[in-house]
Ligand binder design. Structure first.
Ligand SMILES: [Zn+2]
Length: 232
């Protein structure tokens, strides 16, 4: 356990106060999961800051403020700037946890990615991707609760609220024959060949290089996901 007891503030910078690690718009982060499971709580987002939801006695709930679930886990977050792994409490959105839920285990290295905002009001979804699984010692890790209680300025803060968002249902795409519609040719075109795809991609990249944006009407999205809503 790389925990320093009462480190001196003027000591070497090899110890750090534990903090919350979030994936902001336009960022990519990588972390090694340590917690046995992801735990959650409910929050509100008044005036651009996250506030803990106190449940039945919550004033913000009584004012009909929107509720967002947040998930947390102990992790080591990779710092590319000095190639270190720093202990932190990783925060997950409802969407990210719903994707990770079925496969999550400690020892996994995950990538979180969030595309840039186009408008100020945009809340692009956090897209999780499992990169690898590392053998780690399954020992009890440090407690995330004190970190969260400090972060939310709330001594009574409790975890254990399940994510209200269902896991997405994922189905493969079929390539069956198109429907036979009388008096007309079969609908749809043959899918593009890999060469055609590469050609279009090259043209789009060239366009991006020249104009710094995609052609209007292209319809391309970075992740193919367009989830909406503040909590995403
Ligand atoms: Zn509330």
């Amino acid at each position: 356990m790389p925990r320093a007891e009462n480190p001196r503030p003027d000591g070497p910078q090899t110890v750090r106060t534990l903090d919350i690690a979030r994936c902001h718009a336009g960022e990519t982060m990588h972390f090694l999961a340590l917690s046995e499971r992801i735990q959650g709580l409910l929050t509100h987002w008044p005036k651009d800051r996250s506030m803990y939801c106190y449940g039945e006695s919550c004033k913000l709930c009584k004012a009909n403020a929107e509720v967002f679930w947040k998930g947390y886990l102990a992790a080591k977050v990779y710092q590319p700037i000095d190639r270190t792994w720093r202990h932190a409490v990783v925060e997950l959105t409802e969407y990210a946890e719903s994707i990770m839920r079925a496969n999550y285990a400690p020892g996994q290295v995950w990538e979180l990615k969030r595309s840039v905002k186009v408008k100020k009001s945009d809340r692009p979804p956090v897209i999780p991707k499992l990169l690898e699984e590392r053998p780690i010692e399954r020992v009890p890790v440090w407690d995330i609760l004190p970190v969260l209680r400090t972060f939310y300025h709330c001594r009574e803060l409790q975890l254990g609220v399940p994510n209200p968002r269902e896991a997405p249902v994922i189905m493969a795409v079929d390539h069956d024959a198109p429907p036979k519609i009388s008096g007309s040719e079969p609908q749809g075109e043959a899918p593009p060949t890999p060469e055609q795809r590469a050609k279009v991609k090259g043209q789009l990249q060239e366009f991006m290089m020249r104009f710094g944006t995609l052609p209007i009407g292209n319809g391309a999205t970075e992740h193919g996901a367009t989830a909406k809503g503040k909590g995403e």
